[in-house]
Design a protein around this ligand. Structure first.
Ligand code: P5A
Length: 445
């Protein structure tokens, strides 16, 4: 993408309404625009990152054997009357009446709707296990939307729903989600710690939240610092292997890690003092096992192997897709701007032309651009007439992890400069070597 043909409305001033760094940088980097309290337009740069995050989520859900579908944002109130949540949900639910005076709502979550899909289509235990998920906009009329996309009213969620014939299978589905989420967050460059939590309006007593540690996080968390060293890494997990999946979960949930809602002072104090930590975290996901809460209320049953009919065992599992942008920036930035992890960056690399209009420099940039495109690495090429300092500042603000700088002096020696946004370290090399290096970096992402 050439900057001259793109739409990247960066702001010079720091917007005064933004209290935390991720919100400030998302506004300044032209990623989002607020349209109403807690409701945002996603401008092209923000939209690209959102799509990258969605892609990672889809890929990891596919790996775990989960099936995508798409449910609507608007739902009939009657479905929610069946579960009893229409009245329980209170003012957070946005209620709408259509022209025929039918009561509708903008979905804050989809347990009722998916249970309705299930009961209309599934009869037998032979059709289980089943996990259906979607990535869809939600609306929660939060009293105090704040911190940009971090706590929005309209926000994008990945929500998955599991159906199993018995409790053990449902717990395996829960564990499968935990592992797939760990992998998902790691691919985004995040350490998200599963913490024992409270279930709130979703229900059930088995639930974990995934927290990214950040001083600006809204949750208070208590944990054994050894938990922050755990990594899933590249290990091969067979999602059908109940024992293996359960073992990974055990590894990640045995050390003490809880949110304030479930915190137990006595257990916490049993951790060696130097490993006890109280901090703040951003909740980027939550998984729930709630058994038959919805299936019993809504008559979603299956016929078992012995011919009896039982309510199906269920769980639901969510990732805060739009919130993740904020969380990633909170975890990865400096005083110049964002530092995108390679897994989610809007463009893998930027090209800065130090002398726009100079025939040889322009030609070298064009050749570099074509060579990167040929490797499937679409660069963002700053082909504007801005001075070098302004171009560097813009690249630093929008946070592409790699930058190739092209100028007449370097070119005279056959060199361009490859710079890491994270370390600031630059290396001179031939344009071909720079392309090969960038390709090598992204080959493992
Ligand atoms: C699980 C999936 C649920 O709603 N039902 C379907 C369950 N869980 S949850 O924890 O309430 O939400 C899942 C994740 O969505 C993000 N989230 C938000 N993101 C931005 N703004 C909000 N107002 C907001 N509310 C929830 C969180 O990441 C949460 O973990």
């Amino acid at each position: 993408m050439r900057l001259s043909r793109y739409f990247l409305p960066v702001l010079k001033e720091t917007p005064s309404e933004a209290q935390i760094v991720s919100h400030r940088y998302m506004l300044r980097a032209g990623m989002i625009k607020q349209q109403a309290a807690g409701i945002y337009s996603w401008l092209p740069l923000g939209y690209r990152v959102l799509k990258r995050i969605e892609t990672i989520v889809h890929e990891e859900q596919a790996r775990a054997g989960h099936i995508p579908l798409l449910m609507p944002t608007l739902q009939p109130a009657d479905l929610w009357r069946e579960s009893g949540r229409y009245d329980d949900y209170g003012e957070e639910m946005l209620r709408i009446t259509d022209r025929h005076k039918r009561e509708m709502l903008y979905g804050p979550t989809n347990e009722e709707m998916i249970t309705d899909i299930f009961r209309s289509n599934v009869e037998s235990y032979k059709q289980l296990p089943l996990t259906l998920y979607h990535i869809q906009w939600k609306f929660r009329d939060e009293v105090r939307p704040r911190f940009g996309v971090m706590r929005g009213r309209e926000f994008l969620m990945k929500d998955g729903y599991t159906f199993d014939v018995d409790r053990d299978s449902a717990l395996h589905a829960y564990n499968r989600h935990m592992v797939s989420y760990l992998r998902t967050y790691e691919r985004m460059g995040l350490t998200a710690i599963p913490m024992r939590a409270a279930s709130g309006p979703i229900g059930g007593d088995n639930t974990h939240e995934f927290l990214v540690l950040a001083s600006t996080g809204e949750s208070e968390v208590f944990f054994d610092t050894a938990v922050t060293d755990l990594k899933l890494g590249q290990r091969d997990v067979n999602y059908d292997d109940r024992e293996q999946v359960a073992k990974v979960c055990e590894e990640f949930t045995t050390l003490y890690a809880r949110t304030d809602e479930t915190h137990d002072e006595a257990l916490f104090n049993a951790i060696p003092e130097e490993r006890r930590k109280v901090a703040r975290g951003i909740e980027v996901g939550q998984i729930f096992y709630f058994g038959t809460k919805y299936s019993e209320a809504m008559g979603a049953t299956v016929v078992t192997a012995d011919g009896s009919r039982v309510p199906v065992e269920m769980g639901s599992h969510g990732i805060g897709v739009s919130r993740l942008l904020g969380a990633i920036i909170e975890a990865s930035h400096d005083d110049k701007g964002i530092i995108w992890p390679e897994g989610v960056t809007p463009f893998p690399v930027g090209i800065v032309n130090l002398k726009q209009g100079d025939g040889a420099t322009d030609a070298a940039c064009d050749a570099l651009y074509a060579a990167l495109m040929a490797q499937g690495l679409e660069p963002l090429y700053d082909d504007s007439d801005d001075r070098a300092g302004a171009k560097f500042a813009k690249m630093d603000l929008i946070g592409l992890p790699w930058r190739i700088t092209v100028g007449p002096r370097g070119l005279a020696a056959g060199k361009v400069e490859l710079t890491s946004r994270r370390t600031g370290i630059s290396e001179e090399m031939s344009p071909e070597a720079a392309v090969a290096r960038v390709a090598e970096i992204y080959a493992g992402v």
